[in-house]
Design a protein around this ligand. Sequence first.
Ligand SMILES: C[S@@+](CC[C@H](N)C(=O)[O-])C[C@H]1O[C@@H](n2cnc3c(N)ncnc32)[C@H](O)[C@@H]1O
Length: 313
Amino acid sequence: MNLNVYKADTDQYEHFGELKPCSGEDGSLSLYSNYFNEGFHSRIGALTEAKEKFINPALLTKIKEKSEFNVLDLCFGLGYNSACLLEELKSSRIKINWWGLEQDRRPIRLALDSKSYKENWTRDVLDVLNAISVKGTWKNAYSKGMMLWGDAREQINFIPTKIRFDLIMHDAFSPNHCPQLWSEEFLHLISNRLSNGGVYVTYCRAAAVRRSLQRAGLDLLSIKPYQTRKQSWSDGTMAMKTTNLNNLFIKGTKLQPLTLMEQEHLNTAAGVPYRDLTGKDTKEVIHQRRRQEQQLSELESTSAWHKRWTKVQ
Ligand SMILES: C[S@@+](CC[C@H](N)C(=O)[O-])C[C@H]1O[C@@H](n2cnc3c(N)ncnc32)[C@H](O)[C@@H]1O
C-alpha cells in the first residue's frame, strides 16, 4: 500500500481533503482526515473498536433469533463495523438487509488496496466489501445491501420509510468535529427508523447526544470502557425503544445502566443539543447556535460537574 498521503482521485472528493493512513494499538489500518481534523478510529485501533464498541453491544444473540433483519451502517468509512457484523452473522441462517450511508468513496477503496486490511476478512465478506466499493449494492444467498453515497442527512430520505432497522451503527466523526450528524433533528430522524426492540449503538458518550436520544423516546445503556484509563468512564451508548432495558439480557455484553455520574452529566451545559434547523446547516452555524443556547441556560457548568466527580474518585 502507498503510505503517502492519499490524494483525492476525483474532483468530487477533493472537497473532503486528504486522508492519511495510520493505525492504532491493534495495528489495523485506519485513516486520519485533515478535513474533519480527526482520526477515523480511537487509539485502541479500528478492528478492536468495531468489535468492542459496535458488535459486542449490538445484542446479536437476540438478533440471531430472528429470521431476517435490517441494519443501517451510518458512516461506513473503511467498513469495519459492517464487515465485523457480517463475519459474526455468517454462520447464522439470518437474512440480512443492509443499508449504508457514506459521503466519501475513498476510505473503502483505500482499505481494499491494503493487504493487511483484506486479511481480516473471509472471502464472502471481502466480496461484499468489493461490491459496495464498486457498485454500491450486492446480493448473495444470505444478505443483500444498498449503499447510498452522499450526505447522510439527505440520503437517509431515500431509504423507504416502511423499513425499520433492527440495528443502527452510528459512527460519525465526533460531535465537536461533525455536529451535523449528531443534531437533535438528525438523531430524532434515525431514532424514528428503529424497529421496536431495535438497537442503536455508537461509540459516542456525549451528553448532548444522549439527551437527544432520550428526547427521541429511547432508553439508554452505557458501554463499559475497554481499557480502564482515567478519562475512560464510558466507551459509548446503546439505545433502544423500550421501557424495560433493565430486564434485557445484557450479561456477557459490555452494557450497563448509566452511572450516577453519567446521569448528572446529562443535566449539565454539555447536555444542550446540537441543532440543525435546515438539515443543511454548517458545522459553524450549529456550534454557534449551541454556544448561544448554553450561555442562556441555567444548567450546571460541565467543569463544575467534572470537578465534583474528580474529587469523588
Ligand atoms: C469515523 S469515520 C467512520 C469509520 C467507519 N465506521 C469505519 O469502520 O472505518 C466517519 C465517516 O463519516 C463520513 N461522513 C462524514 N460526514 C458525513 C456526512 N455528512 N454524510 C455521510 N458520511 C459522512 C466520513 O467520510 C467518514 O468515512
